[in-house]
Design a protein around this ligand. Structure first.
Ligand code: SF4
Ligand code: SF4
Length: 96
């Protein structure tokens, strides 16, 4: 989804390719086509397409993916409005 962008160069998405077992779940669940598989390993195709929703990390069976809540986590954004930035926390375990 190359036409869909938030802020360039700010995503916290990290992929540890050594931990990847090539199941393809990240590619399946990512709504923005950030991942692709090559030689049975996940690779990041479009880093700035990541909206930090957390779906890939939640569905990765080996914890090869890390991402913090950010521009795409609606629950986090709403909490910052209600509780303030310091009290907000990602609820992606429940919502994504
Ligand atoms: S956090 Fe969401 S948008 Fe970003 S790579 Fe993972 S599934 Fe895709
Ligand atoms: S979900 Fe995890 S183990 Fe599966 S392909 Fe993606 S990074 Fe690799």
């Amino acid at each position: 989804m190359e036409n869909f962008r938030y802020l360039p160069g700010v995503t916290t998405l990290k992929l540890n390719e050594k931990e990847c077992v090539g199941c393809g779940m990240c590619q399946i669940v990512c709504p923005h086509g950030v991942f692709f598989l090559k030689n049975k390993k996940a690779r990041i195709y479009d880093l700035d397409g990541c909206m930090e929703c957390g779906a890939c990390a939640k569905n990765c069976p080996t914890d090869a993916i890390g991402v913090s809540p950010g521009v795409g986590c609606a629950g986090y954004i709403i909490q910052t409005w209600i509780k303030g930035k310091n009290a907000a926390a990602c609820s992606s375990v429940e919502c994504c």
